[in-house]
Write a protein that binds this ligand. Structure first.
Ligand SMILES: [Zn+2]
Length: 93
């Protein structure tokens, strides 16, 4: 069974739960009791490409490192690409 990650929009706490495939029903936050939102993998989120700020990026990278994902370290070119993308976005604003 896959492990899905969920994040609380209120306090940004993250919870990993073992779920049946396709079961994305959000759990309640164990801290504040709000519905949590499913976190997608970093790759999927970046490719969807909506509304990533530098803060989100840093948080995302920190989290992926915490989870032992070596994705970003292994793919410096991809990291550059994302960085350029973010810089373009900040110019648009
Ligand atoms: Zn919460």
């Amino acid at each position: 069974m896959p492990i899905y990650s969920f994040e609380c929009a209120e306090d940004n706490s993250v919870k990993d739960e073992l779920r049946l495939v396709g079961d994305y029903h959000p759990p309640k936050c164990s801290i504040c009791g709000a519905d949590m939102e499913r976190l997608f993998t970093p790759v999927t989120s970046i490719l969807k490409g909506s509304g990533w700020s530098h803060g989100d990026w840093a948080k995302l990278r920190k989290r992926s490192e915490e989870q032992g994902t070596k994705f970003f370290k292994k793919q410096p070119k991809y990291q550059e690409m994302v960085k350029e993308n973010l810089e373009q976005k900040s110019k648009e604003v």
